[in-house]
Design a protein around this ligand. Structure first.
Ligand code: 5GP
Length: 197
């Protein structure tokens, strides 16, 4: 997705060899035009997958999932990182090790918002080692629902997340695939040109 790649090049910065900072348009300040187009692209990629619900993780996954859910006319559910006071014990939980924060967090989703009939699209802002996506997939499985696929805004292809998810049998669609962040420079994996009719 060229608009996204241009934003990464022009407005992103490399914090260390492994970490990309995109808080000027994706996860702190939000470029709404870009976010709308990201949502539309996810919807286009998964339009034939019979999605019934989108599942993401707070906070950064919510914005890119919102427009996709709207376009696909399905509800959007986000996993919470802290159990809220109004959440009773009827929750599915999973432990997720955070690549950027280097801590393990418990995530939770109310049992009211996932059912065995659901075919769920999981969306997140980044894919690094796949722990967030696997935690969300575990919650989907606990509910008896199925995973339709995993949509990622920025994949860091030099980490093993995609490999892990594909080994598990999941379809992974990333809108930008970063090949390297070495020496402060972002390079992308070259995708074959596709014609959208
Ligand atoms: P994973 O669980 O795949 O190891 O990492 C994905 C999660 O870590 C995402 O939810 C994202 O919030 C965070 N993350 C991983 N790599 C980066 C990065 O390079 N930049 C930012 N801003 N977040 C990242």
């Amino acid at each position: 997705m060229d608009q996204l790649k241009n934003a990464i090049i022009e407005r992103g910065s490399v914090v260390s060899d492994g970490v990309l900072k995109v808080d000027s348009f994706l996860n702190h300040q939000i470029d709404t035009d870009l976010m709308i187009n990201i949502g539309k692209e996810f919807a286009r990629l998964f339009k034939d997958s019979n999605i019934t619900r989108i599942l993401t993780i707070e906070t950064s996954g919510i914005a890119p999932s919102f427009m996709a859910a709207n376009e696909l006319s399905v509800p959007l559910v986000f996993a919470r990182k802290k159990k809220s006071l109004t959440m009773n014990n009827d929750v599915y939980t999973s432990s997720v090790y955070s690549f950027t924060k280097q801590v393990t967090t418990e995530i939770a989703v109310s049992k009211n918002f996932l059912s065995p009939d659901d075919h769920v699209l999981i969306i997140d802002d980044f894919l690094a080692n796949g722990q967030a996506a696997l935690g969300l997939a575990s919650i989907v499985k606990q509910s008896g629902a199925s995973v339709a696929g995993i949509g990622i805004v920025i994949e860091k292809s030099f980490q093993n997340g995609r490999e892990l998810l594909e080994e598990t049998g999941y379809r992974v669609e990333s809108l930008a695939r970063v090949e390297s962040l070495q020496n402060g420079k972002v390079t992308f994996i070259k995708e074959p040109t596709t014609l959208h009719i």
